[in-house]
Design a protein around this ligand. Structure first.
Ligand SMILES: Cc1cc2nc3c(=O)[nH]c(=O)nc-3n(C[C@H](O)[C@H](O)[C@H](O)COP(=O)(O)OP(=O)(O)OC[C@H]3O[C@@H](n4cnc5c(N)ncnc54)[C@H](O)[C@@H]3O)c2cc1C
Length: 549
């Protein structure tokens, strides 16, 4: 609504997103100058509520930010002791020994953590330094000044009716304005997407690529639990249908994270990523581990996979992209938290220097330079050809060729394969339904595998029903008139939360959006073959409530 009058608050730096990137930036700013006014805005009901990643953390980022993190009680205690990599066939598996892997793939010495809990701890550290953190505040709009630079965001708008008109309880939210705005929204951030388009930040860079990551937390039989063990797999059940694989991390208290990533550049629109994950748990190696255990939480989130060649220009007048808003995941390592933290630190240092010089609202070029020449660049450049090789040549060839390229780059800093391109966006990669076979997925058994809606209940997601649907269709006719005949409307399957349904009514098929189920993974914004769906923020505090993931 354009005619709304809002109060505004002035800060030195406004940060959108209380993930590892945003919190690192906030902490670093206050470490450098305790007098800076810094605010962090988070759409989750609390810090950590929307942080899915149950992760293997490379502590390099945290070491650089808070060197005494151990003494300060960071919830980072489970060291990786065993690191397994298996190629699965339907009934068996082959373990690939660690020695052919480039050293960067080694997980020994890293930590198995709940990133939600790490973020909760980082938020306490930030608050103790004087950072203001407001959870339950969705940042729904950018605020620009006439010259075209970004000045801040609108956050905390509540009480719109489903048709977008203000209800009696309407609160317009506030404008939070800063000398600089940091967008640390994670993969496919909704405001980040807008600034990337407005300032053409992707020009001269490759397209961004994504995977869909799904994860469950299980409590397993203590006799089967091996604290500190990390297992990754490739192969079955995806086979040649899509890139991706699984991870199984044993943390403490007999809990394990079981997760599955499907690269979103798959062609067959009949593919059902959620059901691939459920099927995976029936592999004898996994089923043996899970039998007798209990699934206690579920969630899903897109993961950026484009790597080095897909990082857009990072700065624009008045702001910067941090962490996975810029796509800083190292794909073969499945790690992005360390780079998120390092990027937050680098952006904070650039903003601090600029503010000290009396600048504001310009481009923080120092941040761009630091990121493209420092440890993040080294981490991502080495592995830059793994994803394009996998997309073009499949798993086996990419393991051999990608492994060779990584080994040489690791030893010499030079990639013999140069920089390979990704090609199409994930949306454009989707093929026609008629050209691909349908896939027959086994019914979940309710013990190891679960139907989608039952599992969504374990994400503890919640959306106030009386608000506009936050999943916007540019053209409401496209799902039934275009996507259904051409692609068998893949939204029914790619969404890991059952948000999208095609209902057969007496007068024909109808597209239904159950936005209340949304777990904020952003897959629809990425994979819709007609690029017709835009994910926007629902009102603050809505969405998943991940307990300990
Ligand atoms: C399944 C899966 C497994 C992974 N495993 C690992 C691993 O083992 N190790 C590893 O290092 N990395 C892993 N990653 C990658 C890692 O999660 C990311 O690199 C990391 O989360 C990026 O941090 P970030 O701070 O940029 O974004 P995020 O962690 O996504 O945080 C963004 C925050 O911003 C908030 N936000 C977003 N938009 C708005 C808005 N408009 N208004 C207000 N708040 C907003 C979100 O709610 C969220 O809290 C994994 C990712 C996935 C999906």
């Amino acid at each position: 609504m354009d005619d709304v009058t809002r109060e505004s608050m002035e800060y030195d730096v406004v940060i959108v997103g209380a993930g590892p990137a945003g919190l690192s930036a906030a902490i670093r700013l206050k470490q450098l100058d305790a007098d800076l006014n810094v605010v962090v805005l988070e759409k989750g009901s609390e810090v950590g509520a929307h942080i899915l990643s149950g992760a293997v953390l490379d502590p390099i980022g945290l070491e650089a930010l808070i060197p005494d993190w151990k003494e300060r009680g960071a919830p980072i205690t489970v060291r990786v002791r065993k690191d397994n990599f298996h190629i699965l066939g339907e009934g068996g598996h082959v373990r690939i020994p660690n020695w052919p892997m480039p050293p960067l793939m080694n997980n020994h010495g890293k930590y198995i953590v709940s990133m939600a809990n790490v973020c909760r701890w980082m938020a306490r550290e930030a608050e103790s330094l004087g950072v203001e953190i407001f959870p339950g505040m969705s940042c729904s709009e950018l605020v620009y000044v006439d010259a075209g630079e970004v000045r801040g965001v609108v956050a905390g708008e509540f009480g719109l009716n489903p048709d977008g008109t203000p209800s009696d309880a309407y609160e317009p939210g506030m404008e939070l304005l800063g000398k600089y705005l940091f967008l640390a929204e994670g993969a496919r951030g909704s405001l980040s997407k807008q600034v990337i388009a407005k300032y053409d930040l992707g020009a001269g860079h490759d397209v961004q690529k994504y995977g869909l990551g799904m994860k469950e937390i299980w409590e397993v039989d203590p006799a089967k639990h091996r604290e500190g063990t990390v297992t990754h797999t490739m192969g079955w059940p995806l086979g040649k249908r899509a890139g991706g694989g699984s991870f199984i991390y044993h943390l403490e208290n007999n809990q394990i994270y079981v997760g599955f990533v499907v690269h979103l550049n798959y062609k067959n629109p009949h593919l059902y990523p959620y059901m691939e994950f459920q099927r995976f748990k029936h592999h004898p190696m996994v089923a043996d581990l899970l039998k007798g255990g209990k699934r206690i939480a579920y969630g899903a989130r897109a993961i950026s996979e484009g790597g080095w060649q897909s990082i857009p220009k990072l700065v624009f007048a008045g702001g910067a992209l941090l962490g996975c808003s810029a796509g800083l995941v190292n794909v073969p390592r499945i790690k992005g938290n360390h780079n998120a933290m390092l990027s937050g630190k680098a952006a904070a240092e650039a903003a601090h220097a600029a503010i000290r010089e009396g600048r504001q609202g310009d481009e923080l070029t120092q941040y761009e330079t630091d990121l493209r020449s420092g440890p993040i660049a080294k981490d991502l450049k080495t592995v830059r050809n793994v994803k394009p090789l996998w997309s073009k040549l499949g798993m086996v060839t990419s393991l051999v060729l990608g492994g060779f390229d990584m080994w040489v780059a690791n030893l010499t800093g030079w990639n013999p394969l140069g920089t390979l391109k990704h090609g199409k966006t994930d949306a454009a990669a989707t093929g026609l339904a008629a050209d691909f076979p349908e896939i027959d997925y086994p019914k979940p058994d309710g013990e190891l595998s679960f139907d989608r809606l039952t599992n969504v209940a374990f994400s503890f997601t919640n959306h106030e029903e009386n608000q506009p649907c936050h999943l916007k269709l540019a053209d409401p006719s496209i799902p039934i008139n275009v996507n259904l005949p051409k692609y068998d409307e893949p939204a029914q399957r790619y969404c890991p939360a059952g948000v999208y349904e095609v209902i057969e009514d007496s007068d024909g098929p109808r597209f239904q959006i159950n936005f209340q189920n949304c777990v904020h993974c952003k897959t629809c914004d990425i994979k819709d073959p007609s690029e017709n769906i835009t994910w926007t923020t629902p009102q603050g505090g809505d969405g998943p409530n991940y307990p300990n993931m």
